[in-house]
Design a protein around this ligand. Sequence first.
Ligand SMILES: Nc1ncnc2c1ncn2[C@@H]1O[C@H](COP(=O)(O)OP(=O)(O)OP(=O)(O)O)[C@@H](O)[C@H]1O
Ligand SMILES: [Mg+2]
Length: 463
Amino acid sequence: MAVAFAAVATTTRSILLRDVDSRVSGLLAQETGEFAHFEERGVDPATGRPFSDPGRLLRVFLERQYADPDEELMGLLAGPSGADPAKLVQDREIPVELPLHRDAAARRQIFASTASTGTLHRAAGDVRWAKVAIARPGGEPEAAFVVAFHPGREQARANEVFRILLAICGVALLLTTGIAWVVAGRILKPVRLVRTAAAQLTEQDLTRRIPVRGHDDIAALAETFNAMLDRLERAFAAQREFVDDAGHELRTPITIVRGHLELMGDDPAEREETIRLVTDELDRMSRIVEDLLLLARTERPDFVTPEPVQLAELTADVFVKARTLGERHWELAEVAEGEALLDPQRVTQAMVQLAQNAVQHTVPGQSIRIGSQVLDSRVELYVADSGPGVQPQDAEVIFERFRRGTARRGTRGSGAGLGLSIVRAIAQGHPGGRVLLRRTEGGGATFVLDLAREEEHMTGRHT
Ligand SMILES: Nc1ncnc2c1ncn2[C@@H]1O[C@H](COP(=O)(O)OP(=O)(O)OP(=O)(O)O)[C@@H](O)[C@H]1O
Ligand SMILES: [Mg+2]
């Protein structure tokens, strides 16, 4: 704004000065024009004939003219050579420091000048002048009519306007600065609020929220920020819960092992029994630790590395491995043909987990079917058992970490509840992948790995 104001003020000044300039030029031209006309056509009122004496001509003309306050009209008559030209002036006062009729040097300079118009720069102020020389037949001018204009006062007026303009601009600038300061402060206040709220947040206290007011961008920012805090709070809560659960799960076997060891007597049979129980618990513990480590790795981008895999081969491998898990009626139900893009190790791992669960929820002799099929652009790999199935209220929660179903499990001891969360992590590690729970026809649970056959470029990694 300062630059704009300065530009406006200086432009206004130069326009005003140019106006003064052109007005003066116009005036000079008009006066000289009038004199030239009078010289050519005018007649002496006393004689009724054209003027013969330049002095008389100038005197008569000057008597009839009215001049501007800053304007001087005068006639100059050449004196004897070397002397200053004699002057004929109108009888009036000029409101300038040094009028031309008192400045002999300037008069001489103008009279001697060969130009008919010009500007005289004097210490006492510039003079714009124009003259009409009345030439002697010999050539030397014997007399001249001179119009002089003192533009000092008009220029001073333009400069005055310029100064006033500058003063007004300065005040306006101060005012706008003040207003901008206040308004910017008001606009930025909510931002400051958001910032201080963010600064006060700590890992321990994520409960603070930023107050949302109005419907502007700042309110939207605060809402976004609050939503982010909600997610953070949930994530931290989930993490705490996970650590609590993990601690709890690991503490149980430790307590059991310690209890057994403390109570162990000298009886060899009892010792053997204790060692068996302790080893069992330690096995369980190390399985939990392994599962936890695996789950921690699921967040890594290289947890699942898909590659082209022959589905028939993969299904057969899974079947062979699952069969060793227990004495069941294992059945290879159907085998999909063709290739799919998936991580064979991880998928086998998930299928074995599912088979393990199926074994845990069935008794020897019950049937477990394993198979794969291609549906449009998707691949389904499934493990279907004929056990008790999953209670409807458990269907969602059993995929969570450390969550076990409410129904009494089958023959084996209790697991940690990590198996299905690993399966889900593997399924979701594949782009567009998921794990589904269905009912087996005739009773039992069917767990399905539902994966995209091709890499879906537009779907991100689901978590
Ligand atoms: N085939 C199944 N039939 C019935 N219920 C099942 C079956 N598979 C899983 N469940 C239920 O889902 C729960 C969670 O299973 P998950 O595999 O996650 O844990 P887990 O088997 O109890 O322990 P882990 O696998 O860590 O040893 C089980 O406790 C069980 O209630
Ligand atoms: Mg399991």
